[in-house]
Design a protein around this ligand. Structure first.
Ligand code: ACO
Length: 488
């Protein structure tokens, strides 16, 4: 429940009490629907399979025997308390406005559950991240990115045949329409590849309009995953003036992307295995993170029944910001700035701690993880391995290590639980792999695509989905009369 500043003006109090759960007919039918819904999925490159909605086999939410009581202006309102499959609880306020005329206020949505979801579980306090129940540590160690895509989108790990068919789809659909090559010619060489990627994904809607018989969600899912890596690599090639390299069906998803990024027609190029493996891990670690800014954006746009390409393109735009996916680029820019300034990293630590200074230590802190980010732990080890195997000796990486040391020991950072986050290490690792700084956020987007798609699919498959439309507390002028411009 919200505890925003405006709440202080009214006599609100909330307490959890044990009461008989009150379920409306709509809630009851919703629960029934959730328990029984099965979806037939016909995929382009896959056999026709029957997939349960993820809610069915994760146990879904259930109404507890508890309710919260909210008192406002002398009247009590009973609010059902619901519980997720991992025990996290929420107060269901969906009927509050209808019954009391009041809304909750929660700027930044830190206390607001926008949906029920069976895709990703995070426990920020304990540093737990699971996709469809599988620990991120196990997936990073054993799975391929294609496998994780399938898991997130369809709810279960694929069988060998399903994985083969899915991977074939990702390979066979990786070329983009030849006309789209001309789009790349139109962008300035300085164009940020995130701008190019979001525009290109949006442009796919012009080639595969859902309303004209191309509305096969599964085929479009394959198309987006397969073509995005081509479009991302081409955005980079365009920016450095090199010829575009076509996908090569003999290569893996990660190998293909790296080949399109780094090979040139004039000489042989073999994707280094260590880099291919590191990319596989990076993409898996980025693949989902429940209701973050970009995923919420995708859900918001998709809730208006906009086409899949438009919703995912919006996700790319949301990810771009420096407080979200753009942070990995900012980390490297910060390290470079420190290096150019004589590598005096302590000066920047002091700046970050200074309340009168806007400077923030990029790559530190997280809204959800207040202990450690399990992805950062995995990447820290991967970083050491890759740097050693590739023999990278980089002054920026030295500065990164010194900053990490500060974060783990300085009182300011320890008190506020500001640990290095996934972007800190991913930036360092991408640099070691030869990925240019302005492509970092694009890499994040490629990894996050299956997560966005899984959420979009979950939202579309839920018959109770309504258009997302938050409310507000209006604080502007009250009614006043228009005055002619001459009188102002
Ligand atoms: N450097 C210095 N101080 C910081 C930092 C930082 N990176 N992050 C937070 N703080 C301080 C704040 O000033 C605040 O201090 P105060 O309590 O004395 O006022 C306290 O820590 C809490 O900070 P909030 O801004 O309230 O934390 P919030 O949860 O809103 O923000 C965020 C999380 C956006 C990630 C923030 O830590 C930040 O800006 N980090 C840098 C950007 C970054 O790395 N983003 C990537 C996030 S991970 C991802 O998107 C995959």
């Amino acid at each position: 429940m919200a505890a925003g500043g405006l709440w202080g003006t009214a006599a609100w109090s909330v307490r959890v009490v044990v009461a008989v759960p009150s379920r409306s007919p709509r809630q009851r039918s919703r629960l029934r629907t959730m328990q029984s819904t099965r979806i037939m999925v016909a995929r382009p490159c896959l056999p026709s399979v029957s997939i349960k909605t993820s809610r069915t086999h994760t146990g879904a939410r259930y109404d507890t025997m508890e309710s919260a009581k909210l008192s406002l202006d002398g009247q009590d309102y009973e609010l059902p308390v619901i519980e997720g499959s991992e025990g996290e609880r929420g107060v269901d306020i969906s009927r509050l406005r209808g019954e009391s005329g009041a809304i909750t206020l929660d700027p930044g949505y830190g206390n607001t559950g926008a949906c029920e979801s069976a895709i990703c579980f995070i426990n920020g306090e304990e540093g737990i991240l699971r996709y469809r129940g599988y620990a991120i540590e196990q997936l990073a160690e054993h799975a391929s990115f294609a496998e994780v895509c399938y898991l997130l989108i369809y709810g279960d790990l694929p069988s060998q045949q399903q994985l083969q068919d899915f991977s074939d789809g990702l390979t066979n659909h990786s070329m983009i329409h030849e006309d789209m090559k001309k789009f790349f010619e139109g962008y300035p060489a300085s164009a940020h590849p995130m701008a190019v990627l979001s525009s290109m994904i949006s442009s796919l809607a012009t080639y595969y309009p859902e309303e004209e018989g191309n509305g096969d969600d599964d085929l479009n899912i394959i198309r987006i995953l397969a073509k995005s890596k081509t479009m991302a690599a081409w955005a980079y090639k365009k920016s450095i003036g090199q010829p575009l390299v076509y996908p090569d069906n003999r290569l893996s998803y990660c190998g293909n992307f790296l080949n399109m990024m780094f090979s040139v027609p004039t000489e042989a190029y073999e994707v280094p295995k260590v880099v291919e493996n590191a990319l596989n891990v990076l993409l898996i670690l980025h693949a989902d993170h429940e209701q973050n800014c970009s995923t919420s954006t995708v859900r918001m746009v998709a809730s208006s029944q906009a086409n899949i390409f438009a919703a995912l393109s919006a996700g790319v735009c949301a990810l771009w910001g420096p407080l979200h996916g753009g942070a990995n680029q900012k980390v490297l820019e910060m390290l470079e700035m420190i290096r150019q300034d004589g590598s005096d990293y302590k000066k920047y630590v002091d700046m970050a701690k200074d309340k009168d200074n806007d400077f923030r230590m990029m790559g530190f802190g997280h809204r959800v993880y207040k202990n450690f980010d399990p992805r950062a732990t995995i990447l820290r080890t991967a970083c050491d391995e890759v740097l050693e195997e590739m023999g990278v000796d980089d002054p920026l990486l030295e500065i990164a290590k010194q900053l990490e040391d500060v974060a783990l020991n300085d009182e300011y950072f320890v008190e506020r639980k500001l640990y290095p986050n996934v972007d800190f290490y991913s930036g360092v690792l991408y640099r070691a792999m030869g990925i240019p700084t302005n492509m970092f956020t694009v890499m994040f987007a490629l990894g996050r695509l299956p997560g966005w798609i899984a959420h979009l699919k979950e939202l579309r498959d839920d018959p109770t989905t309504r258009i997302n439309r938050p409310r507000q507390i209006y604080t502007g002028p009250t009614a006043r009369d228009y005055t002619q411009v001459a009188q102002r």
